[in-house]
Design a protein around this ligand. Structure first.
Ligand code: BGC
Length: 508
């Protein structure tokens, strides 16, 4: 071999070695970054872990805080608000009633015709509108004027078709899905906003007066017969159909629960007597807090950057407003600290860009190549084309966040059942099945898209209920979905508190 040829071969060999070296190096770097991403995943998984032992501690904490919140005002982060609803609709309600429901994301208007028998809702019409974002941080008057003018359009459109007597004042239930300190069944002061609303001048005001003034400005003559939380509306509708209903829970943009409590257990109610001896208590469980909750630094950052820091801690781990946002925060950190998603997408830094329904769609993507996940990553988060194992990583993150939420939600429900002696722990209680040694059938009404539309959330919740209660007791607890209960229940409560109803005999 000539010298020149020898040199050329050596150079080619050296170049090949260098290329191979670079490739090996790159592969090594890629592996290291992938290992880092997996490390972050494991870290989140451990921090979100909620084994049954920990859930039992949450159950006990929920029951203890319920007692504390009932004992004194401010005795617990659980507000345990009196609702002044001491009887639930029983079927004697008759006539046409309206409801306005201001929730988290939507505003609904309903007209409900009641037939005077249990479960006889002859018809109901509903209109739903998204709440314009700018109104969530505007002035109080702007928000209530928007509600009133939407309602006016609804009433004007019905013309004579509703059959509503012209000489009669319309009565309505106002379902207001925020924490309110009620002063009667038809009045109450807003304690604070939740779910991203920030309208300072409503806080401390009677929201019924705010609404009535706005209706007057629009020339509408109405009487607000009942002011109710969405949980209370849901309980009312479910109890109307099924008297075994004792509690209700909302899993929507926000989360909350209410239940029927004995008056003598509501120590802070001092002096308030009810004919039935019970009252519905709006727990405002979104604000529940316990050191047993598995909290991560993603939760801590989310809370610190929210308009209501240190508030609604439970809600921020469970509800539809926040699950997608927690996932986004985890993906952002993974993207910043590894390059599994390629260059960091600026869109991934936009708070609340990943809404929970889209996160659920990735979680429940059952295509072999996770094409739906890929599409959402691309369309919503501007993360183009990632490898299949990276898409699987994303699905894993969604799973961890939702599983924790659902398991904590289950612990919350079991906490209520424990407080009212329906968790089966005090032996199998008598009731309808007295003598048969069986536990009494107990219905918990559930409403909200997180539960109704997200099957993985539902499955994890049911699984945890069985782990906590045991198979036999869990079988006696029915979680029953209501549809539009918040609104229809509001109209039902307007009917049962109406001036037009003569026979108000109530049975619980
Ligand atoms: C509110 C509750 C409401 C729940 C569900 C929470 O943010 O504080 O009053 O019931 O959301 O809508």
């Amino acid at each position: 071999m000539g010298k020149g040829r020898e040199v050329a071969v050596t150079v080619v060999a050296a170049a090949a070695c260098a290329v191979a070296g670079v490739m090996v190096g790159r592969r090594w770097v890629r592996r290291r970054k992938w290992a880092k991403a997996m490390g972050l995943l494991r870290e989140v998984e451990e921090a979100c872990d909620a084994p049954v032992g920990r859930l039992k501690q949450v159950v006990d904490a929920m029951a203890v805080e319920m007692h504390a919140g009932l004992a004194s005002e401010g005795g617990s982060k659980l507000r345990m608000l009196l609702t002044f609803v001491d009887s639930l609709p029983n079927g004697t309600e008759k006539g046409t009633y309206y409801a306005l429901h201001l929730g988290g994301t939507y505003f609904r208007i309903l007209r409900v015709q009641l037939g005077g028998k249990r479960s006889s809702i002859l018809s109901h019409d509903m209109e739903r509108q998204a709440i314009p974002e700018h109104l969530m941080s505007s002035r109080s008057e702007d928000l209530f004027d928007f509600i009133a003018s939407s309602f006016k359009t609804f009433v004007e459109r019905e013309g004579n078709s509703s059959g509503f007597p012209l000489d009669q004042k319309r009565e309505l239930g106002f379902t207001f899905s925020f924490p309110v300190k009620q002063t009667s069944v038809s009045s109450g002061i807003l304690i604070k906003w939740t779910k991203g609303f920030e309208i300072e001048d409503t806080v401390g005001q009677d929201v019924v007066k705010c609404l009535e003034r706005a209706l007057e400005r629009k020339g509408l003559v109405m009487r607000v017969a009942a002011l109710v939380n969405d949980t209370v509306g849901t309980l009312a509708l479910s109890h109307y159909h099924d008297p075994d209903t004792v509690a209700s829970v909302i899993f929507g943009t926000g989360t909350n629960a209410c239940y029927l409590e004995r008056m003598d257990a509501i120590i802070k109610s001092q002096g308030i007597l009810t004919a039935s001896g019970v009252m519905v208590v709006n727990m405002e469980w979104g604000n529940f807090w316990s050191s047993h909750l598995p909290r991560t630094h993603y939760d801590i950052d989310l809370d610190a950057e929210s308009p209501n820091p240190n508030d609604q801690g439970f809600e921020k781990m469970i509800s539809g407003m926040y699950l997608g946002e927690i996932v986004r925060r985890i993906l952002l950190r993974m993207s910043q600290e590894t390059d599994v998603f390629g260059p960091v997408s600026p869109t991934l830094s936009v708070p609340f860009i990943l809404r929970t329904p889209l996160m659920a769609a990735m979680h429940e993507d059952d295509s072999l190549d996770l094409s739906e996940t890929s599409k959402i990553l691309n369309d919503i988060l501007d993360i183009p084309e990632v490898l299949l194992n990276v898409r699987k990583l994303v699905v894993n993150v969604c799973d961890i966040v939702t599983r924790r939420a659902a398991r904590l939600a289950a612990a919350g429900i079991v906490g209520i059942l424990k407080k009212i002696g329906r968790d089966g722990s005090s032996g199998f209680v008598s009731g309808r099945s007295r003598g048969e040694g069986k536990m009494r059938r107990t219905v918990v009404a559930i409403e909200g898209g997180l539960y109704s539309n997200y099957s993985m959330f539902r499955e994890y919740l049911h699984e945890a209920m069985v782990e906590l209660l045991g198979e036999e007791a869990a079988e006696r607890i029915e979680l029953k979905v209501t549809l539009d209960g918040s609104g229809i229940g509001g109209a039902l409560l307007a009917a049962s508190h109406s001036r037009q109803i003569v026979d108000t005999a109530q049975m619980l």
